[in-house]
Design a protein around this ligand. Structure first.
Ligand code: GLA
Length: 384
């Protein structure tokens, strides 16, 4: 992320004056996928890639926003009916609206932003953008009165209300709360969280980006969430105390097997297994048992591919290569439908694995996967 780059474009694009600069990262997730909106656990960390934005109040009631990467300019007002059509601008507009709903007196501002978190790769570029603006508007117009959890919820509500994705809280939480060198275990029901220093001796975390992006990812995502809610509604008839799938077990799921669709059953089976896997991984990490961590990652991949059906051919291919190379753990990361695998690799295997994955992927799909070494970094902050 390059502050000087953003600053020079901001000065050039607007009236030569500088503003305040804020940054927020994308995220990885070690394990706990599609568990957040089911009240379960997630295990994310912020990364060294994200978004940077410069903002300066402009004394009007208009936001003038410039996307440096897309070389695109959009201007919009701050009332509900002023929603811009351009998709990147809707994120900024949504954050403004959600901050206003929480009592922040947002006024017009000039802004330019850029990022180095790859779009559509499952590293939460949109959460990075939302968190950057939520943090900035809180500082510029809100006297920092909104707490960090609420800033994460501003980003989530932006997705729900202005971008059509009924996401959970993981991405925005990780972006706001990230801490260098630590993963964070979040209980998405109670919102209790704990930092876990993550420095696995002798292992590395690396992402392999399939460079595949599923067109209908947001509607498929919302359908998965709907399946989970359907199953909860069926279980609640017998067990009214079950609020989320996190509260259910396989015995409860089997009691309603005949009343839910086969598809909804498979989705719930995956989620119930995944909630438990996050807890198992935490125990294994405390023992320094990375073999178990890795084995759980492969189980997650299987569940996401066969039961939750959010993988794709290319990601399954990369997962298989990892297994063939003896990589400790590998799985599709994030919402799925394209994007990356996250791989836990022994130091001595790293070079051979990357070389083999690149070669095999190019041979099969005619393109190279992108490789990102994971550096676990800090969350939202003001740069200057
Ligand atoms: C996306 C969503 C998150 C989470 C993951 C899957 O990244 O934004 O809330 O549900 O998918 O774990």
């Amino acid at each position: 992320m390059d502050l000087e780059h953003v600053r020079s474009r901001f000065i050039k694009h607007f009236d030569g004056l500088t503003g305040s600069v804020y940054a927020s990262p994308g995220r990885i997730n070690l394990i706990g996928e599609h568990t957040d909106y089911n009240g379960g656990f997630v295990f994310p960390g912020a990364i060294d890639k994200g978004m940077i934005a410069e903002l300066r109040p402009n004394g009007t009631d208009k936001v003038r926003a410039y996307s440096i990467d897309m070389k695109d300019y959009v201007e919009f007002g701050l009332n509900e009916e002023d929603a811009p059509r351009t998709s990147w601008a809707r994120y900024i507009f949504g954050v403004c609206r959600e901050m206003i709903k929480r009592g922040v007196d947002v006024k017009g501002f000039n802004t330019a932003f850029a990022g180095d978190v790859p779009l559509g790769a499952g590293m939460s570029s949109s959460a990075a953008l939302e968190s950057t603006y939520a943090y900035a508007l809180n500082d510029l117009f809100g006297e920092n009165k909104i707490d960090k959890f609420e800033l994460a919820k501003v980003g989530q509500a932006t997705e729900h209300n202005y971008c059509g994705v009924k996401c959970g809280i993981m991405d925005q939480f990780a972006s706001v709360f990230g801490q260098e060198g630590s993963l964070i275990r979040l209980d998405c029901r109670s919102l209790e969280y704990q930092y876990f220093p993550f420095k696995p001796e002798g292992y590395r975390l690396v992402l392999l980006d399939s460079v595949v992006k599923h067109e209908l990812a947001s509607s498929a995502y919302n359908q998965r969430r709907q399946s989970c809610e359907n199953v909860v509604a069926a279980i609640q008839k017998l067990h009214p105390e079950v609020e989320y799938l996190r509260d259910a077990d396989m015995a409860m799921l089997n009691e309603v097997k005949e009343t839910v669709s086969a598809e909804d059953y498979m989705r719930a089976e995956y989620v119930i297994g995944e909630v438990q896997r996050v807890l198992d991984v935490c125990d294994a990490l405390e023992r320094g048992d990375y073999e178990t961590v890795g084995a759980k990652m492969y189980e997650t991949h299987y569940g996401m591919s066969r039961l939750y059906e959010v993988s794709c051919e290319e990601l399954d291919f990369l997962n298989n290569i990892a297994r063939e190379c003896g990589v400790t753990g590998s799985r599709v990361m994030g919402g799925g439908f394209g994007g990356c695998t996250i791989n836990l690799v022994k130091d001595e295997l790293y070079d051979a694995f990357i070389a083999r994955a690149r070669e095999a992927y190019r041979e099969k799909y005619g393109k190279l996967p992108k490789v990102y070494d994971v550096v676990i970094s800090d969350g939202s902050r003001k740069l200057c």
